[in-house]
Ligand binder design. Structure first.
Ligand SMILES: [Fe+2]
Length: 308
């Protein structure tokens, strides 16, 4: 049974639901949207170009076909930070999505509201040279290079909208963390099988320099077939390489696994925290590769361990 939600309005935040205490900058409305995309300096445009050049070289043999196709269609390497109006126009014609500027990470319920209405919120700033290798907050490069190309794919575009709509139910059941894990292991760090080869569709991998090889070829991480119930119970790593990657066979599979589910039975049976450690490989998993977890066991990023 489905609950009729009004997806055209920002969902109410039930009093018991915890969201990060983000402070909305002055002058922004409840939707957290900036009135316009900021104007970037020549130096900032060059940072985009340099990031683009580095990432594009890593794409062949790693990024999935739909992502590469989207990159090409949107011509994100035309020089400098892309104009959101131009991208939105092209994207709108393909799948009805647009890209809208936000100042920083926005609260979950506002994020769901935009996704449910086919708007992708993208950071209205770009990292500095000092942050070239790694940034904490998703900037315009992560958001546009990493996420937007796949929004040209009709099935993936539908998945993102369905994900946004699922947010209403997660709020109702106070299970935001579970739904976040699904986003993390699909939209940010997902792998897909393409003619029996592992390819990447997760924006968190595709927009950074170190994880493309580690995620698809590294001995350390587990690679397990995606099971939505399992993923929603699994902890994840926020600021380091993942200990486990989940693999799908197609975007159609991903869409059906989530869209056709009510999620109610999951939310009703889920404890508030995570049940499985991020390194876990279960008897019930369909495992493609059981990781050695060497990178994780050596202490990860802070320890200087090699991502192998
Ligand atoms: Fe992201």
């Amino acid at each position: 049974m489905t609950t009729p939600f009004d997806y055209s309005r920002i969902p109410a935040l039930p009093p018991s639901v915890y969201v990060a205490p983000l402070k909305r900058p002055a002058g922004l409305g409840d939707d957290w949207l900036e009135r316009a995309q900021r104007r970037y300096s020549a130096d900032e445009h060059r940072i985009w170009d340099d990031l683009y050049e580095r990432q594009i070289a890593l794409m062949p043999g790693h990024a999935c076909r739909e992502f590469l196709h989207g990159l090409e269609r949107l011509d994100l390497g035309r020089g400098g930070v892309p104009d959101f109006n131009e991208i939105s126009e092209e994207l709108g014609g393909l799948t009805g999505w647009s890209v809208v500027p936000v100042p920083m990470l926005i609260p979950d319920h506002v994020f769901y509201y935009h996704l449910a209405n086919r708007r992708f919120p993208a950071g209205n700033f770009i990292r500095t040279r000092e942050e070239f290798e790694y940034i904490k907050e998703p900037d315009v490069f992560h958001d546009v290079f990493g996420h937007v190309p796949l929004l040209t794919d009709p099935v993936f575009a539908n998945y993102m909208e369905a994900y946004g709509r699922a947010g209403w139910k997660a709020l109702k059941y106070n299970r935001l963390k579970a739904l976040s894990a699904l986003y993390w292991y699909t939209v940010e760090f997902g792998l897909i099988l393409e003619d029996d080869q592992l390819r990447i569709y997760g924006a968190g991998i595709l927009s950074g320099p170190t994880e493309t090889v580690f995620s698809t070829e590294g001995a350390s991480p587990n690679r397990i077939h995606l099971n939505v119930d399992r993923v929603m119970r699994t902890d994840y790593t926020i600021s380091d390489l993942q200990a486990t990657y989940f693999v799908i066979e197609s975007f159609r599979e991903l869409f059906h696994l989530t869209e056709q589910r009510g999620f109610e039975p999951i939310y009703e049976s889920l404890a508030p925290g995570f049940q499985y450690a991020k390194t876990a490989a279960l008897d019930t998993d369909h495992i493609y590769h059981r990781g050695t977890q060497e990178y994780e066991l050596r202490g990860g990023r802070g320890s200087g361990a090699k991502p192998v």
